[in-house]
Design a protein around this ligand. Sequence first.
Ligand code: TXA
Ligand code: MG
Length: 351
Amino acid sequence: MKTERWSVDKDVDKNKSYPQIKEAASFLHKNEVVAFPTETVYGLGANAKSDEAVAKIFAAKGRPADNPLIVHISSTSQLQDIVASIPEKARKLMDHFWPGPLTIIFQKKQGAVSDLVTAGLDTVALRMPDHPIALELISTSGLPLAAPSANRSGKPSPTAAEHVANDLMGKIAGILDGGPTGVGVESTVIDCTGTTPIILRPGGVSKEEIESIIYQVEVDSSLKNQEQKPKSPGMKYKHYAPAAPLFLADGEPEWLQTVINEKRNQGLKVGVMASSETASDYDADMILDCGSKANLNEVAHSLYHVLRAFDEAQLDIIFSETFPETGVGAAIMNRLDKAAGHNWIRQKARP
Ligand code: TXA
Ligand code: MG
């Protein structure tokens, strides 16, 4: 199929009319899928009420049917139609973090969205993205939009329209190009259906920020222990992986350089993902700087771009430094651990 590409200035002016967004919305009404920018990563949107439309998301991505989708809304009035009730703590989180990178799980109202969206669960994930183009597309279409990240399943999420085009050209009706996204990692997913809210996926809003609003929050035990089954179906899949095998390297640059030298002596082409502080310490076939350890927002912003950039060289193996797990660092390390298939090498054995 032909994939349309529309460029839109990120700073949408509410008082103006945007033919590109109108055209994208008309495709959504015809049950076609359209990629659009959000503040986290690009999403692949479709009418959440239509089985036909939602099935096209799963087909384009090659996404397993048991992995439910997030429904994107542009106003809290859309919420009433979709959720059975709004718990007090969810309301507080919405008031504080919406629009923004926080996805909240509610009990769903039966029949409100396609059962394909929720993969047979009796809960539904909702978020209001903090991006003018996303909000304008949702409000122009008047539809709740089911939207996963706009990558082929297993690949890093797209943080630029180019990434979407590389993965999905010819498979979707169109791409709204609003330039690079901001946060760079996906939204935090929090389940608010029980007494104590539980973080199912770390993301753009940190645990510390959530705690400052609702005091008590748990973290799904599967995030700390791989033996546990995750409460969020999507968390069990390998994800974000570059083409060459990736290893997380926990240790000093001097030590990692000796490991790199060993591999290169075996004739392997080696890539390194390093912080700005240490990138110049390495000698390897490709060294990519993903930002300062002292500014984890910078690392989150460039993480997926860097993971994709490794695929431009024919590498045999990639090593990544590790990052502090505070704030958005929890999401960065969660994604890197998945991209590495949980494979680590360590300078010192863990105590
Ligand atoms: O930032 C984001 O969240 C991006 C942008 C496009 O909004 N979207 C995104 O969607 O990351 P996706 O499909 O790649 O990830 C959605 C995650 C998956 O881990 C899925 O299993 C989980 O949310 N999820 C969706 N509905 C759920 C539910 N009812 N219960 C538990 N987990 C759910
Ligand atoms: Mg995804």
